[in-house]
Design a protein around this ligand. Structure first.
Ligand code: GDP
Length: 613
């Protein structure tokens, strides 16, 4: 094939060589790699049927498509991969324990509590914390730092468990989406009086996708009508078969409210960890782990709760977390006590960072302050670049109309996320069946089950799409990302509502049709001359009503003698009024138009957008 030539300029076609591009790169980034003019790549994409601007961040597929066309092998580098390479350039490896088998020591499991709303996740986390927080002084102040550790006795041994104190799978999945594995075991809370609900299924799917073993807490057994057996039956359908039925999942009946059988649940967590997982880490190396939560504290500056995953974190260590870095000035544990070191699976609140890392950012201790600063600065620069590349105008349902009229888009791109594949498919097929008339296309770029993620936002931002969340919400940082990127995310819980709204927006997309609606007629009975205002018509309203600031035409003997006039002034006696109704007299000023005579008729009307059917 001949190299595409744009305006006589031959484009540098490759010979199949590989080029590496960051996920979400723009055509400008692409052009830089192959030494081409970005505008010519815009043209190439246009010829391929895609309208993208040079600086807009585009999808993996678009980059691949362009690569194929230009004869380059495009390798898309994920942010995680890029970060690994960055750390490698400092000779740091993240994620693996140093040393051999003999360096590894058993560590406590880290647990996230998930389940449907109102099934008792928060109550359970409170109940566990209240009864079991290690060395928790009676009546003492416990601090919510985003995670806590409890201890429980199993087979005569004192065992610890770390709980992530943010219930729900959203945070869990947000972290996972950023490449961080925070959780070893998921407790799936199901209310025995309510049974399996949409978010129960969603949560268990997320846990399964992350290959995290599940312990089921059948909660609210104190409530009348509670049916723990039914819950076991229902979950069988989703592959969670209770041990007592020959399966591998432990089901524990509890009441979070009354504190019933919390110990039994903790024991089940330990037993599941022992049976299914080999949880060991090297406590003897520089600490690594993830940031779980972070905020700016007025007195203490940036504080971050980190979960140590391997190594031991100590006061005085130099660390980098996301694009924050600093020396650990002080550490507090979950009971608010100062601690000086924290080993694997221990959550601690760290002070001393330059700024606030994001939840799910990894942290690591490095030997030198300078290294920490350089890593943090490189990460910050990368984020800034990515954000800059994406700063283009986005489409929202409200402004679709305008954007289309300006000819900027011809189609509405949608991303559909929902709580179940059934509802997503139902919504998609109904939307695709919408008859929206000519000139406007509706395209579903992506559909999926689960919360609206940062990846969805990125995709929407890259392709000017609108996101529909059906019975799901944006998770964690996705909300901020949507705001930052200006992506319109719409939430619905009723399918037809979603369809109605999209249909309405699409109809707005089409050029609006207007029709004239007559408002009223006024017969001129007298003409007054005013030096200031020109001629004023003394009228009687014959039909309807005459309103100020509406359009009018002038009829003489039934013939239109002037069009496009304005009711600029309207008076009754000496008062300015906004309207005069049928049968009443008043004065009308038609602005600059003075050619009025007695017996002329002023007919007023307005243009109304015709509703589409
Ligand atoms: P979440 O949305 O899953 O975090 O649910 P919450 O922990 O906020 O609990 C929802 C409601 O159920 C609250 O009013 C709790 O007090 C109540 N609840 C939680 N666990 C139990 C329980 O074991 N028994 C009873 N009767 N009510 C409970």
């Amino acid at each position: 094939m001949q190299a595409p030539s744009i305006g006589g300029v031959m484009l540098p076609r490759g010979k199949g060589e590989a080029i590496r591009l960051s996920r979400g790169a723009s055509l400008t980034d692409f052009a830089e790699k192959i030494n081409a003019n970005p505008a010519s790549l815009v043209q190439v994409m246009f010829n391929l049927g895609e309208m993208v601007t040079a600086t807009q961040s585009v999808s993996d597929e678009t980059l691949q498509l362009l690569g194929d066309e230009m004869n380059y092998t495009v390798q898309i580098v994920s942010p995680e991969e890029e970060d690994r390479e960055l750390l490698e350039s400092f000779d740091i490896e993240f994620g693996e324990d140093e040393g051999g088998e003999e360096a590894l020591v058993k560590r406590p499991p880290v647990v996230t509590v998930m389940g449907h709303v109102d099934h008792g996740k928060t109550r359970l986390l409170d109940a566990i914390r209240k009864t079991n927080v290690i060395e928790g002084e009676a009546g003492g102040i416990t601090q919510h730092i985003g995670a806590y550790q409890v201890s429980t006795e199993v087979n005569g041994d004192d065992r610890k468990i770390t709980f992530i104190d943010t219930p729900g799978h959203e945070a869990f999945t947000a972290m996972r989406a950023r490449g961080a594995k925070s959780t070893d075991i998921a407790i799936l809370v199901v209310a025995a009086n309510d049974g399996v609900m949409p978010q129960t299924v969603e949560a268990l799917n997320h846990a399964k996708a992350a290959e995290v073993p599940i312990v089921v807490a059948v909660n609210k057994i104190d409530v009348e009508g509670a049916d723990p057996t039914k819950v076991r039956g229902q979950l069988t359908e989703y592959g969670l078969v209770a041990e007592e039925y020959g399966g591998e999942t432990m089901f524990v009946d509890i009441s979070a409210k009354q504190g019933t059988n919390i110990d039994g649940l903790l024991e089940a967590v330990i037993l599941t960890a022992d049976a299914a997982l080999d949880l060991r880490a090297n406590p003897g190396q520089d600490a690594q782990g993830i940031a779980i939560e972070a905020h700016l504290d007025r007195g203490r500056g940036a504080v971050a709760t980190v979960l140590v995953q391997r190594g031991t974190l100590r006061v005085g260590d130099t660390m980098v977390a996301g694009d924050a870095y600093g020396r650990v000035r002080a550490m507090l544990d979950d009971s608010g006590k100062n601690v000086y070191e924290a080993g694997p699976s221990t959550p601690v609140l760290v002070q001393g960072l330059t700024n606030v890392p994001g939840a799910g950012d990894n942290f690591l201790v490095v030997g030198e302050d300078r290294t920490a600063r350089q890593i943090a600065e490189k990460r910050a620069a990368r984020e800034r670049n990515a954000a800059f590349a994406k700063r283009v105008r986005r489409v929202s349902l409200e402004d679709l109309d305008k954007v289309l009229k300006e000819g900027e888009i011809q189609q509405l791109n949608l991303i559909i996320k929902g709580d179940a594949s059934g509802s997503v498919e139902a919504l998609e097929s109904s939307l695709l069946q919408l008859d929206v008339g000519e000139g406007v296309d509706l395209r579903v770029l992506h559909r999926g089950v689960g919360a609206v993620t940062e990846t969805d936002i990125d995709l929407a931002a890259g392709s000017d799409a609108i996101i529909i969340g059906f019975n799901v919400r944006a998770e964690g940082r996705a909300t901020q990302a949507a705001e930052r990127e200006g992506v319109d995310v719409r939430y619905y819980s009723v399918i037809y509502q979603a369809i109605e709204e999209i249909e309405a927006a699409l109809k707005g997309l089409l050029k609006p049709e207007y029709e004239e609606v007559e408002l009223g007629t006024a017969e001129i009975r007298e003409v007054f001359r005013s030096s200031k205002l020109g001629n004023i018509a003394g009228v009687i309203i014959r039909s309807g009503e005459v309103r100020r600031n509406t359009k009018a035409r002038l009829l003489r003997d039934g013939r239109v003698v002037a069009e496009n006039l304005n009711i600029e002034g309207l008076r009754r006696f000496k008062d300015d009024v906004t309207e005069i109704r049928e049968g009443f007299e008043g004065g009308i000023n038609l602005g600059n138009f003075n050619d009025i005579k007695i017996d002329d008729v002023i007919a007023t009307y307005e243009m109304r957008e015709k509703p589409r059917v």
